[in-house]
Design a protein around this ligand. Structure first.
Ligand code: GLP
Length: 242
C-alpha cells in the first residue's frame, strides 16, 4: 500500500489524474473503474484539462461505474449516470457506448445486477478502480455488515449514508433509499485501486479502514489486502496516519 498525504489538493488531484494518464498511455483501451461523490471531482477536472491539452486520449477507454441509485433514471439530475455525464464524460472523448453504469430503473433489479457483472467480465475486468469512502466505511455502496464475497447487488442504504446524500436532494423524502452497487469482489479484482479521501470528517474512517481489523463492518478495510493500493489523502483526512 502506498499512502500519499499532502496539504495541496492540486497536487493530490494531479497525482490521481496521472495514474489514469500513465495507464492510458500504456493501454489505450484500459477499463477505468470510476466513482461519484464530491471526492473525485478534482481528479476529473484534471483529466479534462489533460484531455484538452492533448495529453490523454479516451477514445478507446472503457468506463465502468461503481453504483447507481435505484429509482433514478439516467436523465434525473441526481442520478450517478447524470453526474458522470456532467462531471466527466461530456467533456472528454470517451465513446458513450463505452460508458457503463448500472440501470437503476431496470424492471428486474437482480437481473440487472447479473447483467452488470457480465459487462465487467466481458471487458476483462477493471484496470484501475477509483474509490472514495463513506463515513461508515462504505466503498461504492457496499454498506457495512455484508459479505466481502458479493458481486453486483442491490442494497438498502444506511441511515448515515442517506443523511450524507441528502445534501444533493430537495428533501429527505427524495433521497433514494436503495442502490445497485458493484460488489467488493469486483473491486478487489481490479488490477489497481486508487482510494481518495479529503477532509477531517474522513480522518477516523480512513484510519480504521487502513489500520484496523479487516471486517465487513468497515467495508473499506478489505482494501488492506489489495496488492496494488494507492491512497491519496489531504492533511486532514490523513491526520491519524502521519
Ligand atoms: C457515495 C458514493 C461513494 C462515495 C461516497 C462518499 O456514497 N456511492 O462512491 O465514495 O458517496 O462521497 P463523498 O466523496 O462526497 O464524500
Amino acid at each position: 500500500m502506498e499512502i500519499v498525504i499532502s496539504s495541496s489538493m492540486d497536487e493530490l488531484n494531479l497525482k490521481g489524474a496521472e495514474y489514469f494518464e500513465k495507464l492510458l498511455a500504456a493501454k489505450p483501451d484500459a477499463v477505468l473503474g470510476l466513482a461519484t461523490g464530491s471526492t473525485p471531482i478534482g481528479i476529473y477536472n484534471e483529466l479534462i484539462m489533460k484531455y484538452r491539452a492533448g495529453r490523454i486520449d479516451f477514445s478507446r477507454a472503457k468506463a465502468v461505474n461503481l453504483d447507481e441509485y435505484i429509482g433514478l433514471s439516467p436523465d434525473d439530475s441526481q442520478s450517478y449516470a447524470n453526474f458522470m455525464q456532467q462531471k466527466l464524460f461530456s467533456q472528454i472523448n470517451i465513446q458513450p457506448g463505452n460508458c457503463y453504469i448500472p440501470n437503476g430503473t431496470a424492471d428486474d433489479i437482480d437481473a440487472e445486477c447479473q447483467r452488470y457483472d457480465r459487462v465487467i467480465a466481458s471487458l476483462g475486468g477493471i484496470d484501475i478502480q477509483l474509490l472514495g469512502i463513506g463515513h461508515d466505511g462504505h466503498i461504492g455502496f457496499n454498506e457495512p455488515g455484508h459479505s466481502f464475497e458479493k458481486q453486483t447487488h442491490s442494497i438498502e442504504l444506511t441511515k448515515e449514508t442517506i443523511a450524507a446524500n441528502a445534501r444533493f436532494f430537495e428533501s429527505m423524502e427524495k433521497v433514494p433509499k436503495r442502490a445497485i452497487t458493484m460488489g467488493i469482489k469486483a473491486i478487489m479484482n481490479a488490477k489497481s485501486v486508487l482510494l481518495v479521501a479529503f477532509g477531517a470528517d474522513k480522518c477516523d474512517i480512513v484510519y480504521r479502514a487502513l489500520t484496523g481489523p479487516i471486517t465487513p463492518s468497515v467495508p473499506g478495510s478489505i482494501l488492506q489486502l489489495h496488492p496494488n493500493l494507492t491512497v491519496l489523502l489531504d492533511d486532514s483526512a490523513g491526520a491519524k496516519l502521519r
